[in-house]
Design a protein around this ligand. Structure first.
Ligand SMILES: [Zn+2]
Length: 294
């Protein structure tokens, strides 16, 4: 049996989630099988199923495969135009698939009124920011081999979307790194839920740019980062279920007001969280919460 399915980015997001949940319940595929499902786009995540014992690489880098034959991989903001997926089956056959990654067009957002020290930090602050970035990067490295992500994803907080993935940034008039997360504006103190199950690998307050910050390892290299929290309610090392309240919305770090910045990584590739959840409910989008961000 040989199954090969490429689902393009136009697929409804909810449909992808349902398909994953359904397939997740099934057993591993047998005999040189390969099934792929997800978003073949910059910032997209692709779920894969193959038979146990297969070895998977993406552009030559090993992709962890669970004992049941499941794996996933993602594409960064500027990934493409293609990626090479290789599946070495236990029987000796190797599948090679050249995946085409749809490019995206990113806007540019200008934000004024940020604390100048966080936009143009002095050398001492730059050093501190670099050290903090290194700690966050370490927390995003694959640690759990378990597929905690298999239960799917939900918005950690609901509200108007005040910043989207990939946007170029001009902060206080200065060009800066693109925006890699999705910003959801919500009142200070609103409960923030874990978007999917996982192990908390970082739980800090007072980070220069991101303030109260939590990293959750969803397994197989997939992680969420929740930023600008006014309260961090779980310690590093704790397992959380999807929906566990892990913190509270705040405006800590570099922010123009209370909002949640939700980022997702597959290893070092930054993904678009909005591709993994249903659309934000209309009543949440219509809230008159000020559109604060960064
Ligand atoms: Zn943001």
């Amino acid at each position: 049996m040989r199954v090969f399915l490429l689902s393009l980015a136009v697929a409804a997001l909810a449909a992808v989630t349902v398909a994953v949940a359904t397939l997740a319940a099934g057993s591993a595929l047998a005999g040189n099988a390969l099934r792929l499902e997800g978003h073949y786009t910059q910032g997209g995540l692709v779920y894969g199923w193959t038979e146990p014992g297969a070895r998977v690489t993406l552009d030559g880098t090993a992709v962890p495969v669970s004992p049941g034959g499941r794996f996933l991989f993602g594409f960064g903001r500027d990934a493409g135009p293609t990626a090479l997926l290789e599946i070495a089956h236990p029987g000796g056959i190797t599948d090679r698939q050249t995946l085409t990654i749809e490019p995206r067009v990113y806007g540019v957002q200008e934000i004024e009124g940020l604390p100048p020290s966080t936009v143009t930090p002095d050398p001492a602050l730059q050093e501190r920011i670099a050290a903090e970035n290194a700690r966050v990067a370490a927390a995003r490295q694959p640690q759990a081999a378990v597929e905690y992500w298999a239960g799917g994803f939900a918005w950690p907080v609901e509200g108007p979307i005040s910043g989207v993935y990939g946007t170029g940034r001009i902060l206080n008039g200065e060009p800066r790194q693109p925006h890699y997360g999705v910003d959801v504006a919500a009142p200070e103190g609103t409960a923030v839920a874990a978007p999917a199950a996982g192990i908390v690998t970082l739980a800090e307050t007072g980070m220069v740019l991101t303030g109260g910050t939590i990293v959750i390892d969803h397994g197989q290299g997939l992680s969420s980062t929740l930023m600008h929290l006014s309260a961090v309610l779980v310690p590093a090392g704790r397992f959380v279920e999807q929906g566990t309240i892990v913190g509270k919305v705040g405006a800590t770090g570099r922010a123009t007001g209370p909002h949640l910045d939700w980022r997702m990584n597959w290893r070092d590739a930054r993904l678009d969280p909005a591709l993994l959840v249903p659309p934000m409910p209309a009543d949440a989008l219509a809230s008159d919460q000020p559109a604060t961000g960064d």
